[in-house]
Design a protein around this ligand. Structure first.
Ligand code: HEC
Ligand code: HEC
Length: 140
């Protein structure tokens, strides 16, 4: 191979590596995802968080710590509130129920996820689901 040809082959290869790396770099700026896919899009994460709000009948600050001093927005990456850790375990539990008992192939956060059991299945709009056994109707 001529030198000039070798150089251009090298150039094309390094360009492929460069763009390959750029393409797999996550496009979000989330810093502390341990259960959701690290490369989840802003849109998808936002949808899941709003679903949590509705399923539990709460606002974002039920799980997320308030702003750091001098900042305006909640500190979403912080693990300060125990509710956030409980929510992580609940996500793992929900994923496990779906996989083990419903032959589910998706996890919370997957693109086009099909999920049989979700947070609302148990929570029905309350942070703490009522666990009282329903009373039978009066017998006839
Ligand atoms: C029921 C609890 C709960 C509620 C309510 C909730 N979140 Fe979250 N949020 C979490 C958990 C748990 C994680 C971390 C998930 C993981 O580790 O994969 C998270 C992660 C995030 C992150 C990523 C932070 C980072 O840098 O890693 C953002 C941003 C976020 N939530 C925003 C919101 C917004 C906005 C709302 C309200 C619309 C909201 N959340 C409501 C539990 C909650
Ligand atoms: C199989 C039923 C079930 C599913 C599914 C479920 N949860 Fe729960 N969750 C519960 C029960 C029951 C409790 C109350 C536990 C207790 O009494 O200590 C609870 C408690 C919680 C709490 C603590 C509330 C508090 O008052 O401190 C959070 C946060 C939570 N769940 C988030 C979630 C999220 C987010 C999802 C979906 C990813 C989810 N849960 C799915 C049954 C469920």
């Amino acid at each position: 191979m001529k030198l000039s040809k070798r150089i251009s082959v090298l150039f094309v290869l390094s360009a492929l590596v460069f763009f390959g790396v750029a393409a797999t770099k996550p496009e979000n700026n989330f810093k502390n995802l341990k259960v959701l896919p690290k490369d989840i899009s802003h849109e998808e994460l936002g949808k899941i968080m709003h679903d949590f709000n509705f399923a539990l009948g709460v606002k974002c600050n039920f799980c997320h710590a308030g702003p750091k001093q001098g900042e305006e927005h909640s500190d979403f990456s912080s693990d300060e509130k125990p509710e956030k850790s409980i929510a992580r375990s609940m996500m793992k539990m929900t994923n496990k129920i779906n996989k083990k008992f419903f032959h589910g192939k998706s996890k919370i956060g997957d693109a086009n996820a099909v999920i049989a059991v979700n947070c609302a299945t148990c929570h029905h709009g309350a942070p703490h689901p009522e666990i009282e056994q329903p009373k039978p109707e009066e017998e006839k």
